[in-house]
Design a protein around this ligand. Structure first.
Ligand SMILES: [Zn+2]
Length: 350
């Protein structure tokens, strides 16, 4: 389908959803026995501390956006439950009406700085799936930082050979060219991974060449994960800290995969002081080969990036979620809360 037609179809679908909502369709489905036998698990990643959402609206939402989503939950009478309790109730058939779970992936520092105050204000529990490598190694996540730096410099056209590894002139306004260069820079930086100080100096030099304020990126912690002490703090404040592998990887080799989960668990349990038995597949990478390994590791539930509402007879190691982003119109978000999205099969790209 060409883009104009695709956009028109999208427009019509949103209009139809808004019409259904206006006549009380969403409320009716939300209150139904059908919805009561289902659980919606919402997924967020980062919450912006600066302008990260302008760069990557699939990964970062603003605090104001999150507040509006929480207001919709509250005003719609949705019941936000802790993950473990919600999945157990789902299996027993004892969920309250309009059940929802909030999950945040990766363990960003901005969860503590920007999401926790809102969650506490609304009294909502949440699970944070923390990858531990950048938690114990406190520095900005390299891949995100390089991509963001090129976005910050997006008004520039780089002459050939301006940056290391660069292949020809690069127009940073062009997203594809930008992402390609970011991948090259990441590979270059990786070559220095045995010498952290040299790598840091190299990235800060690239930032300087691009005219980007590197010290501000480091100081603002926009791409840092929580420190071990911050993980302990969110656990103390009642938030659930769960598994996301140590290095955000899903190797197909059993012993490497299990090591990723066990190392992650060892670090998180030491900080949170509670068992970490719930898992989230990094980058939504699911392979049936992982399921028996996860069972052996005593993992109780695992969430994916597949869109849908969880059902009592579904596999608890393949729980669907709705990935909420700033690109999702409110009517689509509400269609999923109410169950209408599932019923009418409103999938990604809706
Ligand atoms: Zn992740």
């Amino acid at each position: 389908m060409d883009e104009t037609l695709h956009n028109a179809a999208r427009h019509i679908r949103h209009g139809a959803l808004a019409g259904l909502r206006a006549v009380g369709g969403f409320r009716w489905i939300a209150a139904s026995g059908w919805r009561r036998r289902r659980l919606l698990i919402l997924c967020y990643h980062g919450v912006s501390l600066k302008d990260e959402h302008e760069w990557h609206q699939e990964l970062f939402v603003t605090p104001a956006f999150l507040r509006r989503r929480f207001e919709i939950l509250r005003d719609g009478g949705y019941v936000v439950l802790p993950l473990g309790e919600a999945v157990r109730s789902l299996r027993r058939g004892s969920l309250p009406p309009r059940s929802v779970v909030l999950t945040f992936d990766d363990g960003f520092h901005n969860f503590l700085a920007a999401a926790v105050p809102l969650l506490e204000e609304f009294g909502y529990p949440a699970t944070n799936y923390v990858s531990s490598y950048y938690c114990v190694n406190q520095r900005p996540i390299l891949r995100l930082t390089l991509r963001y730096m090129l976005w910050c410099a997006r008004s520039q056209k780089l002459a050939p050979d301006f940056l290391p590894g660069q292949d020809g002139a690069v127009d940073l306004q062009d997203r594809q060219q930008r992402e390609k260069l970011a991948a090259i820079l990441f590979d270059e930086a990786q070559m220095l991974s045995s010498d952290r100080e040299a790598q840091r100096a190299w990235v800060s030099k690239i930032a300087k060449q691009l005219g980007v304020d590197w010290s501000n990126i480091v100081r603002s912690r926009i791409f840092h994960l929580m420190t071990p002490a911050e993980v302990a703090e969110i656990a103390r404040r009642g938030f659930d800290v769960q598994l996301h592998t140590h290095r955000h990887r899903t190797p197909r080799d059993k012993s490497t995969f299990c090591h990723e989960v066990l190392e992650n668990r060892r670090i998180l349990e030491a900080q949170a002081g509670r068992p970490a038995t719930h898992f989230c597949y990094p980058s939504g990478d699911v392979d049936p080969v992982f399921l028996p390994w996860l069972r052996e590791l005593g993992v109780e539930t695992a969430t994916t990036g597949r869109v849908g509402l969880a059902k009592a007879d579904g596999d608890v190691l393949l729980l669907p979620r709705f990935i909420d982003t700033m690109a999702q119109p409110e009517v689509v978000f509400e269609s999923w809360l109410s169950g209408t999205g599932e019923m009418l099969n409103v999938r990604k790209g809706a």
